[in-house]
Ligand binder design. Structure first.
Ligand code: MG
Length: 332
């Protein structure tokens, strides 16, 4: 009798890159992976959960979007440290009835993200999600590689540094709002869901900035600019001032604005865009490009003394509340 779990692993392996090489000496099929970094390099590690009902709704998400986004969002943190994504481990919890074509679709999406970001699957674990509440759960551990000492954290920003973001702010949240309002199945809005289902992460930009030592602090924007900027400021013991009219906000058409969608609050508080937020010393500002491999780069403000984060709109400055995504907020 063929072992069902082994068959499930074979299904994933057939799709997701998992070949040895490039430092991976022992991979899937043994008890544990054996991986060696290149000389002069060190590992950067992160893990990230993607859970049905918490992070995604299975009746809304295409299966390949579940696989793509789960790996992309985990890998985003590696890029935000300035490291190069290399290997990942997948812990998968799955209801039995999804072990066929749903699993294949999920693995296809994950494979696409793995190829796009240069990742090899080095191992993992699978479990059956049992009644009464069988849900999909993915937990991704991603390893990145960087030159020793070159990883960029959140703590190095200083007063006077310029603040930049990459990509568009609020595009993923716009997709989520369309889903929430029941508009996601309409053909005319379908394209607006792409940034929510398949976020394009900026790992190569993060690496480029870190290797040239152009950034004093960097992070990815996963929970919304307002919330993540607070985190960067707190870690660097500074404040920030940003300018509303400079924000690379998602475009909101007039009919969607009439449905209550507001570009300003999507840009300030919308989560899951996975662009980079980074601080740059004055002397390096001229070196920062306007676009990097398709990722638009925008200077949105500066780090200031103190601890307050303010937003300037029409000449008026007001305090910016961190209203992005918060799993443990009481009102959620
Ligand atoms: Mg992050």
């Amino acid at each position: 009798v063929p072992n069902a779990e082994d068959e499930l692993i074979r299904r994933i392996r057939r799709r997701v890159p998992s070949a040895r090489g490039g430092g991976l000496h022992v991979g899937i099929g043994d008890d544990a992976a054996v991986i060696r970094p290149r000389q002069g390099n060190e590992w950067v590690l992160t893990c990230d959960q993607f859970l049905e009902g918490v992070h995604f709704l299975r009746d809304v998400y295409p299966p390949d979007a579940v696989g793509y986004k789960a790996l992309a969002r985990a890998t985003s943190d590696i890029g935000a440290m300035g490291a190069r994504p290399r290997f990942f481990l997948l812990s998968l919890c799955l209801p039995e009835k999804l072990a066929g074509s749903w699993l294949d679709g999920m693995a296809n999406g994950m494979a696409r993200a793995a190829r796009q970001y240069g990742l090899t699957l080095a191992g993992g674990d699978t479990a059956r999600s049992a009644p009464p509440n069988p849900c999909v759960g993915l937990d991704l551990t991603v390893l990145g590689e960087t030159r020793i000492g070159r990883a960029v954290g959140r703590t190095g920003a200083r007063s006077g540094d310029a603040l930049f973001v990459s990509g568009t702010l609020g595009a993923s949240q716009l997709g989520l709002e369309l889903i929430r309002q029941g508009l996601s199945r309409k053909k005319r809005w379908r394209k607006l869901l792409q940034p929510h289902f398949y976020p394009k992460i900026a790992t190569e930009l993060g690496r480029w900035l870190a290797e040239r030592q152009l950034v004093s602090a960097m992070m990815d924007i996963s929970d919304g600019l307002s919330t993540d900027l607070y985190r960067l400021c707190a870690a660097s013991r500074g404040g920030a001032r940003i300018y509303e009219d400079r924000l690379p906000s998602v475009a909101v058409s007039s009919d969607l604005a009439a449905a209550g969608l507001d570009a300003r609050s999507l840009a300030l508080h919308g989560g899951e865009d996975y662009g980079l937020l980074f601080a740059v010393r004055k002397r390096h500002i001229p070196v920062i490009p306007k676009v990097f491999r398709g990722h638009r780069i925008t200077r949105i403000g500066e780090i200031v003394a103190g601890s307050e984060v303010t937003v300037v709109a029409r000449g008026k400055s007001s305090s910016l509340a961190p209203l992005g995504w918060d799993h443990f907020r009481k009102s959620n």
